[in-house]
Design a binder for this molecule. Structure first.
Ligand code: ATP
Ligand code: MG
Length: 557
């Protein structure tokens, strides 16, 4: 796996240059989400970048809700964004809303009208689009383009006062209809939208376009480095034009490549479809690339921050292997996850020579990766145990070191047992596996000199707690569903969620909390879901698989 060298990235170079030359004395960044969805891992990259830069250079970062579109925005999203930011480990300087600036933006627009740099256009959206020309062909002037300043002022005031219907008029900047940059061909500044806004209510019926709100909001907040994704590069001349014509604080825009990740989609519009059309169980479904989904799945914020740090900042579009994110998650959890035993697909193992009423308490190490820190937990051992059905073979294959008649294995933290056979039902299906334990082989007290190649996990039947276990796979079957033909939803993996209804977990998990992290030995990393199952059981989500950790551990023994 590639790990970036820790040289300065291009944004750090720019900032260091700006501070050295005295262009700015301190730096100020912002994270500007539109509250029309939940934050995803792509946003995390932008957050780590904006907050990280300010932190590194002693600057500040604002959280600014870019809430200029009344139709798609909701307070639920605002709340979730703040919660996710805090969870990720960041705190903003100020909480701002582009909608706080509506009257200031209105005044800015009036200023441009007075300078002869903006006009009210009666053209319809279709007419405006048709008259924009093509990159190689100049646009055509609207008959309204040369209205007098007075007429524009009064029409704009009437737009604001609600005299017109949606779409009847727009305010446009008067720039250059021959510009090779289509964004400079008299872009729309304001449109009429008789819609309720989540913060300003019905106060406004005209709303500024992104380009007219974003740079001006940056400037109002004295943002020095306004960092956005590459698709806004072509908007930069317009960003600069507004700031220059208004003669306001000179914020500067810089672009970096957005994060794309394999086997998922990242656009909020698409994620919203997955939610609304019930392909997933809400924005926080553990398969979603959202921060809330990752939290529910058991990712820790430090793993996400490490991931963002590892991928660095690029100036060219690329797609990152989701395996790198999983690697970061595993690397983190390996250090801190408590080791526990859970049997996902149970079959009964009877230790026939163990007394029926006897219970021994054996010790299980909480985390061998953090010796001395985690200590041990108590695990009851008895005559009847649950083991994984897949750990028994009626006829041992070659190199089969688990249970099969005649084979010896160690029961993790307990005894070495020898398999003696099984019990079957009328159809020949194995219903119970039988074994005998070998005295003197208990872990920690073993003086038998015996050594076995296989170790399996188990749970005492009398003490086991029933649980539902959910195993997740990639949400999509193809690396990049967004570039495939047809609808992206055709590529959804039908097996992305596997629910195991009859799992058993060891008794210490009775008190598990959703923020705890476990390694179910040999099975992966898990954490408790925030909600119980329909039949009232604890639900555990698999955060990420183990990979080869167990194979290595087995070898060591
Ligand atoms: P989407 O396409 O997912 O709706 P967006 O860019 O419209 O994303 P915003 O809420 O406007 O979402 O984004 C807030 C900030 O996060 C912006 O600065 C945006 O550039 C950045 N951002 C969004 N998606 C990504 C991504 N995939 N990688 C990096 N930064 C991103
Ligand atoms: Mg956006």
């Amino acid at each position: 796996m590639m790990i970036e060298e820790k040289s300065l990235n291009f944004l750090e170079e720019i900032i260091e240059e700006d501070l050295k030359s005295g262009k700015y004395t301190s730096i100020h960044t912002r994270f500007p989400p539109e509250p029309n969805g939940y934050l995803h891992i792509g946003h995390a990259k932008s957050i780590c970048l904006n907050f990280g830069l300010a932190d590194k250079y002693g600057g500040k970062t604002n959280l600014r809700f870019d809430d200029t579109n009344p139709v798609t925005e909701e307070t639920e999203y605002v709340d979730s964004i703040k919660a996710d930011l805090h969870w990720l480990g960041f705190d903003w300087e100020e909480e701002r809303y582009a909608s706080d600036y509506f009257s200031q933006l209105y005044d800015f627009a009036v200023r441009l009208i007075k300078k002869g740099l903006a006009y009210v256009d009666d053209s319809s959206a279709d007419e405006i689009a048709a008259n924009k020309g093509t990159p190689t062909e100049a646009g055509t002037e609207s008959p309204c383009r040369n209205r007098s300043v007075e007429e524009n002022l009064s029409l704009f005031a009437e737009m604001r006062a609600g005299k017109f219907q949606d779409g009847e008029k727009v305010l446009r900047a008067k720039i250059d209809l021959t510009s090779p940059n289509m964004h400079m061909r008299d872009p729309i500044m304001y449109r009429i939208r008789h819609a309720h806004h989540h913060r300003t209510g019905d106060e406004w019926c005209i709303y500024p376009m992104y380009d007219f709100a974003h740079g001006q909001s940056d400037s109002i907040e004295t943002i020095t480095h306004s960092i956005c994704t590459l698709e806004f590069e072509v908007h930069r001349p317009l960003y600069n034009w507004y700031i220059e014509q208004l003669d306001i604080f000179p914020s500067h825009q810089y672009e970096f490549a957005r994060l794309n990740m394999t086997y998922t989609v990242m656009s909020k519009r698409k994620l919203l479809q997955l939610v609304n059309e019930n392909f997933v169980d809400g924005w926080d479904d553990p398969r979603m690339p959202t921060l809330s989904g990752m939290r529910r799945r058991g990712y820790r914020p430090v793993a996400i921050r490490n991931f963002c740090d590892r991928i660095g900042v690029q100036r060219r579009e690329n797609i990152i292997d989701v395996g790198l994110l999983e690697f970061c998650v595993r690397e983190d959890l390996n250090q801190i996850a408590l080791r526990r035993m859970a049997v996902l697909d149970p079959i009964k193992l009877v230790v026939t020579n163990y007394p029926e009423d006897k219970i021994e308490i054996v010790a299980g190490e909480n985390n061998p990766e953090a010796p001395g820190q985690g200590g041990f937990r108590e695990i009851p051992f008895s005559r009847e145990l649950w083991i994984e059905a897949e750990d028994y073979m009626e006829v041992a294959a070659k190199k089969w070191f688990r249970l099969a008649p005649g084979n010896k294995v160690r029961l993790k933290n307990a005894y070495i047992v020898e398999c003696t056979g099984s019990k079957k039902d009328a159809s020949g299906k194995v219903t119970e596996v039988h074994c005998t334990y070998i005295e003197g082989t208990r872990s920690g007290q073993d003086n038998s000199g015996l050594s076995v190649k296989g170790t399996i996990h188990w749970i005492s039947v009398a003490h086991a707690i029933p649980a539902e276990v959910r195993l997740y796979d990639r949400l999509f079957q193809v690396e990049n569903p967004s570039i495939e033909e047809g609808d992206f939803k055709e590529y959804i993996n039908p097996d992305s969620l596997q629910i195991l209804h009859n799992a058993w977990v060891e008794p210490s998990l009775q008190t598990a909390l959703p923020e705890d992290h476990y390694q179910f030995i040999r099975k992966g990393y898990f954490s408790l879901d925030a909600y119980k199952s329909a039949d009232g059981k604890l639900v555990f989500n698999r955060t990420v698989t183990l990979k080869d950790a167990w194979a290595k551990e087995a070898k060591k023994k």
